[in-house]
Design a protein around this ligand. Structure first.
Ligand SMILES: [Zn+2]
Length: 72
C-alpha cells in the first residue's frame, strides 16, 4: 500500500516542470500520468518514478497493464 501522503506529493517527472503532472492511482499497482499517459509501476510499494520506466508503458492501454507490474 502506498500512503496517501506519498501519493499527494508525487507527480509525473516528465510533466511536472510545465504543469501538474497529475497521476491516477490505478489498482494499487500503477501511477498513470493524466497528461502524457506514461505509466509508472509500483514495485513492493515503491513507485518507480523514472521517465525511462514510464516510457516503456506509454502505448500500453491501462486495461492491459499487468497487475502486479512485472519486476523488470
Ligand atoms: Zn506525464
Amino acid at each position: 500500500m502506498v500512503s496517501q501522503e506519498l501519493l499527494d506529493i508525487l507527480s509525473c517527472p516528465n510533466c511536472a516542470q510545465e504543469s501538474e503532472g497529475m497521476l491516477e492511482y490505478f489498482k494499487e499497482s500503477w501511477l498513470i500520468c493524466t497528461e502524457c499517459d506514461r505509466k509508472y509501476p509500483i514495485r513492493e510499494d515503491i513507485p518507480v518514478m523514472l521517465i525511462d520506466e514510464g516510457d516503456k508503458w506509454i502505448k500500453t492501454k491501462k486495461e492491459e497493464l499487468e497487475i502486479p507490474p512485472p519486476s523488470e
